[in-house]
Design a protein around this ligand. Sequence first.
Ligand code: KIV
Length: 271
Amino acid sequence: MPRTVSDIVQMKSKEKITVITGYDSTMATLCDSVDVILVGDSAGMVMLGYDDTRDVTMDDMIRFTTAVKNAKTDSLIVTDLPINSYENEDSAVTNSKKLVQAGAHAVKLEGGKEVSNIIRAVVDSGIPVMGHLGLLPQTAEKYSVQAKKSEDALDLIQDTKILEESGVFSIVLEMVTSDVTEIITKSVKIPTIGIGSGISCDGQVLVVHDMLGMFEKIKPKFAKRYLNLSEEIRNAVNSYVKDVKEKRFPEKEHTFSMEKDELEKLEKEIG
Ligand code: KIV
């Protein structure tokens, strides 16, 4: 059965929520056991080769969302509103509608109290919103652990409450100290989804290229690598290159041939 936003909300405190990023149809199909596919703007780094997420456009996110939707899995699809696509209520609603048209069931946007009116406008337009607090890659000057000091933790706890009141159905907490994550998770009714924020969150999200060991530029401490695919891919490509250079590929099993009489006919025709 396809997951709904309400299914995800009801999983809080009952069953951990699994989220993986996805940007293309093949990977979304392979990840079909997760509850949520997040079409994250991390696509800018892992798919488009940018240094961060700030060059990602609406057109990019529409294309990635369409690809994930085409996988037709049961996972809920949540797509990031890219930077500069939610500067005011109108642009946020217009762009959220475009992402929903492309196949998203919900959108995610970064920020605390300063985006509460924007969240409310998108929710009022009928589109569910996932919040994103802690490290905010669209605006962060550097990637560092959040809420290490009690005053920062208090701000974050306050932002979480404001986002809940604004109508988000869940909140991503990125690189937040696990003590604060535990406090936040206990203090809100909506699920928290952690990335680098400890075990207490109601769910976990990882960038698929990180967890499969495919992305070599940055290796965050929190991103558990379940595979070392980059090594496997390199070995496979090297074997292919060697086979072609040494004329060992393609073999008979990879080759199509004409029927003998058709070949003879052709040979006669061309002399
Ligand atoms: O873009 C993304 O992949 C994200 C996750 C890191 C939560 O926002």
